[in-house]
Write a protein that binds this ligand. Structure first.
Ligand SMILES: NC(=O)c1ccc[n+]([C@@H]2O[C@H](COP(=O)([O-])OP(=O)(O)OC[C@H]3O[C@@H](n4cnc5c(N)ncnc54)[C@H](O)[C@@H]3O)[C@@H](O)[C@H]2O)c1
Length: 253
């Protein structure tokens, strides 16, 4: 099997579950050394075990993306273990917001923004310090179609993901001449714990989520991982500050 990313180093945040786990596995299969950055130790250690069992190279670093010291340690541990950061997939995120009208919860807003938006800010801040020294690197920020259009009853999640898309563009412009490419990835519905929790496992709600996508289903996490691989590959060498939408046609209409 070809190993297009042999010799490369990839950080994946939130790599213990869902899209992050699929992405970490895909990068390891492509030959990269992967850093699993995850706040849930059990999930992070299990992800590392699965990658090692498949003969991939990885380390697990306990990381809370909303905490500057934790993210700074993540980058320092990556460089001390592997010497460089070629790719960073800033994917960790939460979506606990099911808000009945007119009961906007301030603590919920702070929590979502701390992880989904400030988390990406902190990750880029420390990753860019290293990538600037190298004069190379690719960053992929996992936003959502909620970063491009609004989701009713999710004001905080929508705001956090619009913020990720905007911050991605600002950073992309700033670093475009320094050999660093930065883009965002905007999935529609993906079959992960976040998406299922949103519907409380209700089969009718899950069916309606599948039907809402013109393709007739939500994505498998591996289909989103494929987008991250593409954005990091040389095939995307002229792509800067863009949002790659992978949504089964949801936003095409
Ligand atoms: N699943 C979907 O339908 C969907 C759609 C669009 C965008 N997204 C986005 O994709 C990303 C991944 O979502 P998923 O569906 O794989 O969810 P998931 O719940 O399966 O995985 C998220 C992972 O992030 C970790 N995490 C949470 N807070 C963290 C923190 N502070 N620091 C480090 N890790 C943390 C969790 O422990 C978990 O392992 C999120 O940013 C989400 O908003 C998901």
């Amino acid at each position: 099997m070809s190993k297009p990313f042999a010799g490369k180093v990839a950080i994946v945040t939130g790599a213990g579950s869902g899209i992050g786990l699929a992405t970490a596995k895909a990068f390891a299969e492509a030959g990269a050394r992967v850093v699993i950055a995850e706040v849930n130790d059990t999930a992070g250690e299990e992800a590392a075990r699965e990658i090692h069992a498949a003969h991939g190279k990885c380390i697990f670093v306990h990381t809370d993306v909303s905490n500057a010291k934790s993210v700074s340690t993540l980058v320092a541990r990556t460089v001390s273990a592997y010497g460089q950061i070629d790719f960073a997939i800033n994917n960790a995120g939460i979506d606990p917001e099911l808000v009945p009208e007119a009961t906007w919860d301030e603590q919920m807003f702070d929590r979502i923004v701390a992880i989904n938006l400030k988390g990406v800010f902190l990750c880029m801040k420390y990753q860019l310090a290293q990538m600037t020294k190298q004069g190379s690197g690719v960053i992929v920020n996992v936003a959502s179609i909620a970063g491009l259009s609004a989701v009713a009853n999710k004001p905080s999640y929508t705001a956090s993901k619009h913020g990720v898309v905007g911050m991605t563009k600002a950073a992309a412009l700033q670093y475009a001449r320094q050999g660093i490419r930065i883009n965002s990835l905007c999935p529609g519905g993906v079959d992960t714990p976040i998406a299922m929790d949103n519907h409380g496992g209700n089969p009718l709600a899950v069916a309606s989520m599948n039907n809402a996508h013109p393709i007739g289903r939500i994505a498998d996490p591996s289909e989103i991982a494929a987008g991250a691989l593409f954005l990091c590959s040389d095939a995307a060498s002229f792509m800067i500050g863009q949002s790659l939408v992978l949504d089964g046609g949801l936003t095409a209409g």
